[in-house]
Design a protein around this ligand. Structure first.
Ligand SMILES: Cc1cc2nc3c(=O)[nH]c(=O)nc-3n(C[C@H](O)[C@H](O)[C@H](O)COP(=O)(O)OP(=O)(O)OC[C@H]3O[C@@H](n4cnc5c(N)ncnc54)[C@H](O)[C@@H]3O)c2cc1C
Length: 449
């Protein structure tokens, strides 16, 4: 089946060589591949946060017979390889543009759901005893130019006066004293709620909890065919087995095979995001950049970088990748990323990089996450398109879908901007071209600012 990027990005049998894979606790649950003919009430395609949160809530809160089919191991996708920022966001535009795009009331409603989504992650960890190594208590958004700081000042007013979030603004001097110093530091906006976590431990924790509450989980079970019979029952074929179900949740986000069901064709653009992690920094090295914070942080470049000091003193640094994803381009992406890291923190130019990996985030044409039920088949549910922000949003989406199925009606208060299937991109065959053009323009703008 055709996919938008190089095969290098879809090796379901191969875990990423990530810091998270190297430090995750192995799952303690039965997740053998599907190798027989089975049936269930709700089948979920995709074993990341969306699918696992849906499975956990369906099994735990509604006692529904649910199975999850995952092509790789649980957490093989973005949920096992992200930066671990549990923060607000989830749209493809900056918050000021979001307000212009959807209006203040819609944006406020959406942000309230984002705050609830962060709290949901925290609550699940506590209820289900998931030790995901929570770290920090806010997100530090650093201005990379003076003009960017002026924009953060406007953001501060918008967040605190209109969107109902907690935020503080710090000058460059204050930022240096509290957080860090660098060649690209002109002040910072600090927003809450946010914290950092170990993304793969969180994902495995969700899988373990879902299994404990009765969900059946199948790793290494890629769905290669999806058909529906005359009575409306779904049949999902994997390479070794098949699953019949009355309802299906499609939860594959950036890794989706959009031809699996044509309703989903042309509605997303997957985008590569890549991460490098250093060896642990010494106290002297941290002091050389005045690094003092364990809060997750990001800069204000249009092609932004996200970064955090990990609990063992390593530095994680992430940013956008290329538009092909071949092994050769992947190496170039890492070199660019490492070059940017050393440019922003020159005193760390000799610090070795020990881990590098990449994955796919998922954009939509509406520039907002999308969740709901198909208009032409009310037994098919979906949730995807979290842009760079799925730790909280995907978890929350999975819960909304579970509540929808469990209660037999749409959850009350779903923000208008995420409801229903996001529209198709015009001329979907040109999507890689749109992405390439967007990245090119953003890089030029970053260069000249
Ligand atoms: C490098 C990187 C950094 C990121 N950093 C952050 C961050 O710091 N904070 C944040 O909030 N978000 C971040 N994100 C985004 C976040 O990780 C995602 O939005 C979130 O994990 C999406 O969860 P999901 O369950 O919807 O999708 P995924 O976790 O991608 O899971 C989808 C699953 O579907 C499976 N699948 C695909 N096709 C099939 C099939 N045919 N049959 C069976 N299974 C199939 C895949 O194997 C995959 O495991 C980042 C993403 C990346 C790639």
């Amino acid at each position: 089946m055709q996919r938008p990027f190089d095969e290098n990005l879809y090796r379901f049998d191969k875990p990423q060589p990530s810091y998270w894979e190297a430090t995750a606790e192995p799952g303690r649950f039965d997740n053998a591949p599907l190798q027989t003919q089975e049936s269930c009430d709700v089948a979920i395609i995709g074993g990341g946060y969306t699918g696992l949160s849906a499975a956990l809530h369906l099994a735990r809160d509604y006692d529904i017979d649910v199975r999850v089919l995952e092509a790789g191991h649980f957490g093989w996708g973005a949920s096992g390889r992200n930066g671990g920022f549990c923060c607000t966001g989830g749209t493809g535009v900056h918050r000021q543009e979001l307000v212009r795009l959807v209006g203040l009331d819609n944006a406020r409603e959406y942000y309230a759901s984002q705050v609830a989504a962060v709290e949901l992650v925290r609550q699940l960890a506590s209820d289900e005893s998931i030790d995901f190594q929570a770290q920090g208590s806010a997100e530090v958004e650093v201005a990379h130019t003076r003009r960017a700081y002026a924009r953060l000042q406007e953001d501060h007013d918008l967040l605190t006066n209109s969107l109902g979030l907690e935020a503080d603004l710090y000058s460059a001097g204050e930022c240096r004293e509290r957080f860090y110093d660098s060649t690209e530091q002109f002040g910072a906006l600090v927003t809450r709620p946010t914290f950092g976590l170990h993304p793969l431990r969180y994902c495995i924790g969700l899988a373990t909890a879902a299994h404990r509450h009765g969900a059946k989980l199948h790793s290494h079970s890629e769905v290669v065919e999806w058909s529906t019979d005359g009575a409306g029952e779904h049949r999902l074929m994997t390479r070794a087995g098949s699953l019949r179900a009355r309802k299906v949740i499609f939860a594959c986000n950036g890794f989706m095979q959009e031809r699996l069901r044509n309703d989903f064709f042309g509605r997303t653009i997957p985008v590569i995001s890549a991460i490098v992690v250093t060896r642990p920094l010494s106290e002297d090295e941290k002091a050389a950049q005045n690094w003092k914070t364990d809060n997750p942080a990001a800069n204000s470049r249009r092609i932004l970088n996200y970064f955090r000091l990990l609990p063992d003193g390593r530095f994680l640094f992430g940013g956008r990748g290329d538009i092909r994803g071949s092994e050769q381009n992947e190496q170039r992406t890492y070199e660019n990323l490492i070059g940017t890291l050393r440019q922003i923190w020159p005193n760390w130019r000799n610090v070795e990089i020990e881990y590098r990996w990449h994955g796919l985030i998922c954009m939509t044409a509406s520039l907002c996450p999308t969740l709901g039920r198909l208009d032409n088949d009310d037994s098919v549910f979906f949730g995807f398109g979290y842009h760079g922000n799925g730790v909280n949003t995907a978890t929350w989406t999975g819960k909304q879908l579970a509540d929808w199925i469990g209660n037999g009606r749409e959850p009350e208060g779903l923000p208008a901007i995420v409801r229903g299937l996001s529209r198709k991109y015009p001329l979907p065959g040109l999507r890689k071209g749109y992405l390439g053009l967007g990245l090119f323009v953003s890089r030029q703008l970053d260069r000249f600012r």
